[in-house]
Design a protein around this ligand. Structure first.
Ligand code: CP
Ligand code: NVA
Length: 297
């Protein structure tokens, strides 16, 4: 592995290795080797973040390295310096980069032009680090995903859903997406995905029926603020107690956070599943330390 730009590009072996390594790092926290000793990693964020920023900064420190956090307004990128020039400069100074931005192409270009390990910390197309934490949480809470059904309720074509659909394909997980018609994966994407174990419905109860994991996310992703027409399509796609009455006994609910109570999830469901959801948030740290350790040169 040279970079982590998408889930799509991971093999099953790489994915499982990252999860095994994350589990070990979690168990051994405080007794880490120092694979990033003497290294400096740049974190370029053009969108807000709580979990991703803090988990990477803490993770880099725990592995012996130092992080430099840069918003686009701190660097010339915000004044129009091309990403390929930023990449060629940073590639000569730091040992790795973590980027949260809009266009996936910017992360791809950064990796290419910098030549240093590059991690996608969320783009409009994928959120690979979050999916690693989700999978780790499922393993911890349910043992594994074999024979389990995972439902996705909400935006069917967001960064989260896209990364999850690839993970489901790679790992052979039954993955049922319930989303409004206008916010479903395109036929072109589904043809490329080519995963008979991924299904799309516009009826949330159908996706949730018998599901062991019910996963959701905001209706409006970062950059979509104020899109009231989009938001209004999601009314029937709330994860609430009534919907969960269709799920399998012992099901868990995942939410990558931040959550908007009363929109995609009710206060009641979020608080009753808080143990799982905040474990999922904590797992960002352990999963990303595994990624950093795998990429360190
Ligand atoms: N889930 C997640 O990526 O959270 P942040 O936006 O707070 O980093
Ligand atoms: N889909 C959400 C994920 C936030 C962690 C967004 O892009 O805003």
């Amino acid at each position: 592995m040279k970079n982590l730009l998408t889930i799509e590009q991971l093999s099953e072996k790489e994915l499982i290795h990252l999860l095994d390594s994350a589990e070990l790092l979690k168990r051994q926290r405080g007794r880490d080797g120092k694979p990033l000793e003497g290294q400096t990693w740049a974190m370029i964020f053009t969108k807000a973040s709580t979990r991703t920023r803090v988990s990477f900064e803490v993770g880099i420190r725990e592995l012996g390295g130092k992080a430099i956090f840069l918003t686009k307004n701190d660097i010339q990128l915000g004044r129009g310096e091309p990403i390929k020039d930023t990449a060629r400069v940073l590639g000569r100074m730091v040992h790795g980069a973590i980027i949260r931005t809009f266009a996936q192409q910017d992360v791809v270009d950064f990796a290419e032009f910098s030549g240093i390990p590059t991690i996608n910390a969320l783009t409009d197309d994928e959120h690979p680090c979050q999916i690693l934490a989700d999978l780790l949480t499922i393993r911890e809470k349910l043992g594994n995903w074999e024979g389990k059904k995972i439902a996705w309720v909400g935006d069917g074509f967001s960064n989260m859903t896209i990364s999850w659909m690839w993970a489901a394909k790679i790992l052979g997980i039954e993955f049922a997406v319930a989303c409004p018609e206008n916010y479903a994966p395109t036929a072109e994407f589904l043809a490329k995905l080519d995963a008979p174990n991924v299904s799309i419905t516009h009826t949330p109860a159908e996706a949730v029926a018998g599901a062991h994991v019910i996963n959701t996310d905001v209706w409006l992703s970062m950059g979509e603020e104020g899109q009231t027409e989009k938001e209004s399509a999601f009314g029937p796609y709330q994860v609430n107690a009534e919907l969960l009455s269709k799920a399998a006994t012992g099901h868990i609910v995942l939410h990558c956070l931040p959550a908007y109570r009363g929109k995609e999830i009710t206060e009641e469901v979020l608080e009753s599943q808080a143990d799982t959801i905040f474990q999922q948030a904590e797992n960002r740290l352990h999963a990303q330390k595994a990624v950093l350790a795998a990429l360190a040169r």
